[in-house]
Design a protein around this ligand. Structure first.
Ligand SMILES: Nc1nc2c(ncn2[C@@H]2O[C@H](COP(=O)(O)OP(=O)(O)OP(=O)(O)O)[C@@H](O)[C@H]2O)c(=O)[nH]1
Ligand SMILES: [Mg+2]
Length: 202
């Protein structure tokens, strides 16, 4: 599949603001600064669709993007940013929890981890949460341009071991900078959850 069309729909905090048209949703989660906004822009080929910033904690709301007029890509606020106040942290947790608690259209969660670091406790907590709520998931390791092939192999082992992934094919390395394997990562993330459309196209 390809992403031919994408548009920003709404920044939401409360449930009442979420789309109600029942279209399938794929949500992106990860630590602040992991490269969530960047990968959204890389996959949609839209430079400024999601705001990228060197300052962590930029995305505080739940952003809904409509893709190919068919399904939603949902950008959740990043976690693990040390400098937020307790009040902000509580409000972040509530925002994410409210969304993940019972979100019927949500068909898959994409957990992003930085390939240069061992997944943090926050990453592991988030991953356990996703599994607890029984969502289907895939993991994308970001910023792969920053490592040599040798270090990428080491990183893969660390990520697989830390998240206890075994040899499942649920892990993919990507760089939003060089966008290598863009088509493959799009298929990896979206294809089987939005497959209905593919079948109809044939
Ligand atoms: N080298 C490299 N840098 C990247 C890549 N992806 C993101 N970055 C950089 O990492 C920083 C954070 O990127 P964002 O996409 O804003 O990260 P985010 O996860 O959306 O951050 P928050 O919105 O704060 O949660 C920016 O300086 C990006 O330019 C990548 O694939 N390679
Ligand atoms: Mg962001």
């Amino acid at each position: 599949m390809d992403i031919k069309q994408s548009e920003f729909i709404i920044s939401a905090v409360k449930r009442e603001q979420y789309p109600i048209d029942g279209r399938v949703e794929v949500a992106f989660v990860g630590r602040s600064n992991v490269g969530k906004s960047s990968i959204i822009n890389a996959l949609t080929n839209r430079r400024g669709l999601a705001k990228v910033s060197g300052t962590p904690g930029k995305t505080r709301l739940i952003n809904f993007f409509l893709i190919n007029k068919d399904f939603y890509l949902v950008d959740l606020p990043g976690y693990g940013y040390a400098k937020v106040s307790k009040k902000e942290l509580a409000s972040w947790g509530k925002t994410i929890e409210t969304y993940l608690m019972h979100r019927e259209p949500l068909k898959r969660v994409v957990l992003l981890v930085d390939c240069r670091h061992k997944p943090t406790k926050d990453d592991i907590d988030m991953f356990n949460w996703i599994k607890h709520f029984n969502y289907d998931y895939v993991i994308v390791a970001t910023k792969s341009d920053k490592l040599s092939n040798n270090d990428l192999r080491k990183s893969e082992k660390v990520i697989r071991d830390t998240l206890d992934l075994g040899n499942t094919n649920k892990l993919f390395f990507f760089s939003s900078l060089n966008k290598k394997k863009r088509e493959e990562v799009i298929d990896f993330i979206f294809k089987d959850v939005v497959e209905k459309e593919e079948v109809e196209e044939i």
